[in-house]
Design a protein around this ligand. Structure first.
Ligand code: PLP
Length: 384
């Protein structure tokens, strides 16, 4: 007779202990994580309402205000990856029928359009070829034509390596009564970001790029204008998990339970932010810039150009043009196999045309640039 209590062992595998290759992550993220952050992640668990954890939450919020250069009281890490925080900005600011204008000059602009439409926005697009940026006059004209409730822009487009100049755009948005929403996933901690000076109303970021913390926790901030729109909503935020009117009660004065915070990810983020603060923002931006310059020079010596004009390059992510006749995948495969170095292929309009090389946070160092350049030279000679 069949024994109904017998355990089905068909999925029982004997997985080996983790043994990971020592990769040098010079792609679009994640970047390598400094030992101090890894140690913080491994510290003992405390409760998510423990007074010590609350102290730590306050420190994270204050350090996030520093890296973002904002006084926004509503500044928190979302429990999730950058896309969760990205979705939170739209879920909380968009009401069905709102006109939302998105700057689309790369993959993440497209994602903003997709997310906004899922929250019922009337999405309008202002477009540029991948690798180009928007001029303030172009933004001004689009604001005039569409009168949007929200303008969404990507500051550092990881798919193209272009950095959107922000001077003047926030002021234009104020003139048209538009909220300015900004993606700072690949720029935060690696390039100048001045949220308040730029009049940004709502922004998000990720942990795994220039902050050099593992993915899984994602900075989010909103200013008073965005909060006002949230408080005056006629409809509930369509996502329970990302509803900031509820999440805010955990991170604000009330400290009431919403969901269990990912405790150790918060330890990790706190340590990563402490490292940024110790180095100092200006020093950190300068380091990213000088290592990016070293990369551009070395690429040029190898006969490799960059897709983005120098004045609009994102220091943390470079799109290097694949020379004619070179098999881009064979080269990146060689770097991974022979050198344990990860770089990435181009996406969308740039598929097969560029390699995406990241020099983010902990990984933005001259020795990494030099190692990559000599490995790339060998790869081009061998499999290029
Ligand atoms: N925005 C930009 C510019 C990104 O580069 C990324 C990730 O690469 C995201 C948003 C989404 O973040 P995540 O992949 O952590 O969900």
């Amino acid at each position: 007779m069949e024994n109904r209590n017998r355990v089905d062992e068909s999925h029982l595998i004997h997985a080996s202990q983790l043994d990971l290759p020592p990769r040098l992550l010079l792609g679009p993220g994640p970047s390598n994580v400094p030992p101090r952050v890894l140690q913080a992640l491994a510290m003992n668990e405390i409760g998510h309402l423990d007074p010590k954890f609350i102290e730590l939450m306050n420190e994270i919020q204050e350090l996030l205000r520093y890296v973002w250069q904002t006084d926004n009281r509503f500044t928190i890490p979302v429990s999730g990856t950058g896309s969760a925080s990205m979705e939170a900005t739209l879920a909380n600011s968009v009401e069905p029928g709102d006109v939302v204008l998105i700057g689309v000059n790369g993959y993440f602009g497209e994602r903003l359009c997709d997310m906004a439409s899922r929250y019922g926005a009337d999405v309008r697009r202002i477009e540029k070829p991948w690798g180009e940026v928007f001029a303030p006059e172009e933004i001004g004209d689009a604001l005039k034509a569409h009168r949007p409730a929200i303008l969404g822009l990507v500051h550092g487009e990881t798919s193209t390596g272009a950095m959107q100049p922000m001077e003047g755009i926030g002021k234009l948005c104020r003139e048209f009564g538009t909220l300015l929403l900004l993606d700072t996933v690949t720029s935060l901690g690696g390039a100048p970001v001045f949220l308040d000076r730029w009049h940004v109303d709502i922004a998000y970021s990720g942990s795994q790029k220039c902050l050099s913390c593992p993915p899984g926790i994602a900075p989010f901030t909103m200013g008073e204008r965005a909060l006002e729109k949230l408080n005056e909503r006629k409809t509930k935020v369509a996502s329970w998990y990302l509803d900031m009117s509820m999440v805010g009660k955990y991170w604000g004065k009330e400290r009431t339970y919403h969901h269990t915070a990912p405790i150790n990810m918060n330890y990790g983020l706190r340590e990563a932010l402490r490292i940024v603060a110790e180095e100092g923002l200006e020093e950190r931006w300068e380091r990213h810039k000088s290592n990016a310059n070293l990369l551009y020079e070395g690429l040029e010596e190898l006969g490799i150009g960059c897709h983005v004009p120098k004045e609009h390059r994102l220091p943390s992510l470079t799109t290097a043009l694949v020379p004619d006749g070179v098999d881009s995948k064979a080269v990146s495969g060689y770097l991974l196999r022979k050198f344990n170095i990860e770089i990435a292929a181009g996406l969308g309009q740039l598929a097969g045309k560029v390699w995406r090389i990241g020099l983010m946070g902990y990984n933005s160092r001259p020795e990494n640039v030099n190692l990559l350049l000599s490995a790339l030279k060998q790869a081009l000679e061998t499999v290029g």
